[in-house]
Design a protein around this ligand. Structure first.
Ligand SMILES: [Zn+2]
Ligand SMILES: [Zn+2]
Length: 370
């Protein structure tokens, strides 16, 4: 009989304030759930948005790029056993029209399943402290803790010969960027791409583009260190918008008139306006950055019409985690997807330093080590 266990968790006590590591109680797994001993957890921009005050009441427990070892399983879990290595991703319902077509990133119930702060089935939380409820189940995981609960649907079994502590970001940020290039745009070999923003999502998109032999790829990024890393990872050109005022003109010059497709990871309307004009005939503009709540698209409709340009808002890279995470691992093993180049490790106890390093841009993808 599996019991409730104690864990240490980094809680948001006040929106915008540093997280505090405190003891909590973690439920035993229910019928379709697994409990995981956390080994690593990436920090994603969405964690920071919620830490700053969006969405969940405090105290709450965030973290949604977890990796770890299955510790206990519910009675109806069929695909995992204790000891399995898993990466945790977003949860989908499995039955809506999108899920029925194996498009779980477009699940009709994505928001309540991932941002609700509780199990969507009955509103309960798997995390308590002294008998009081903590808002958790963030992306159905809340991985900023030494143990956490997930459903078997959002725990993806991974091979044991790859460093488990590095794999968590494959469940969100890296999956989002690489999936945008490989799934959402469906990039083909030789197709050109401009990526606006060289953070974790933008550079993951670069890795995905290189993995399918797309290119040349142009990165637009003001941070010099990130620009340099982009070149090392396979970008053909980096445009620094602080140095080059006419970014659109430079993309047209470098790309022989423009690029086949564009990806925006900034959410900044002025940047998206440039991206829309940089794309050649019948191309697609993918939108990945979180925009201001009130923003509308800054695109000229006649200009888009004249070139036949499409616009696609992208969630989680249109990925099916149970298939795409193993695919990225296969590419990594073959030396064609070096996502570990984006990662810097931090001890779990330094979670606030890790968040600061992400916010300042000093680190592309911080990963907490438990
Ligand atoms: Zn669904
Ligand atoms: Zn994320």
């Amino acid at each position: 009989m599996t019991q409730i266990i104690q864990a240490r968790a980094a809680l948001v006590r006040d929106h915008g304030a540093p997280l505090r590591i405190e003891p909590v109680d973690i439920d035993a797994p229910r019928a379709t759930e697994v409990r995981i001993r956390m080994v690593g957890c990436g920090i994603c921009h969405t964690d920071i948005v919620f830490q700053q005050g969006q969405g969940l009441a405090v105290p709450c427990l965030l973290g949604h790029e977890g990796s770890g070892v299955v510790d206990a399983v519910g009675a109806e879990v069929s695909c995992l056993v204790p000891g399995d290595h898993v990466v945790r991703s977003f949860l989908s319902c499995g039955t809506c029209p999108s899920c029925a077509k194996q498009k779980p990133a477009s699940c009709y119930h994505f928001a309540p399943l991932n941002y609700g702060g509780s199990r969507s089935s009955d509103g309960s939380s798997p995390v308590h402290q002294d008998g009081s409820r903590i808002a958790a189940s963030f992306f159905n995981q809340s991985s900023f803790a030494t143990y956490a609960i997930a459903d078997q649907r959002n725990a993806v079994k991974v091979p044991k010969d790859i460093p488990l502590e590095l794999l968590g970001p494959l469940g969100c940020g890296i999956q989002t960027g690489a999936g945008a290039a490989m799934n959402s745009l469906g990039l083909q070999a030789g197709e050109t791409l401009a990526i606006f923003g060289g953070g974790a999502v933008g550079l993951s998109a670069l890795l995905g583009a290189i993995a399918v032999d797309a290119g040349p790829v142009i990165i637009v990024e003001p941070n010099e260190a990130r620009g340099q890393l982009s070149l090392e990872l396979g970008a053909a050109h980096v445009i620094n918008p602080i140095v080059t005022a006419d970014v659109l003109g430079e993309i047209r010059r470098l790309g022989g008139g423009g690029v086949n497709h564009g990806l925006d990871t900034t959410g900044i309307p002025e940047v998206i306006a440039v991206a829309g004009e940089a794309i050649l005939f019948n191309g697609m503009l993918g939108l990945l950055g979180v925009p201001p709540m009130e923003a509308s698209l800054p695109l000229n409709m006649m200009s888009m019409m004249a070139r036949g340009i499409g616009v696609k808002a992208i969630v989680e890279g249109d990925s099916d985690p149970q298939r795409f995470i193993p695919h990225m691992i296969d590419l990594y093993r073959a030396g064609r997807f070096p996502f570990d180049r984006l990662i810097v490790r931090f001890p779990f106890e330094q979670i606030n330093e890790a968040i600061d390093a992400s916010k300042s841009g000093a680190v592309i993808k911080p990963v907490l080590i438990f």
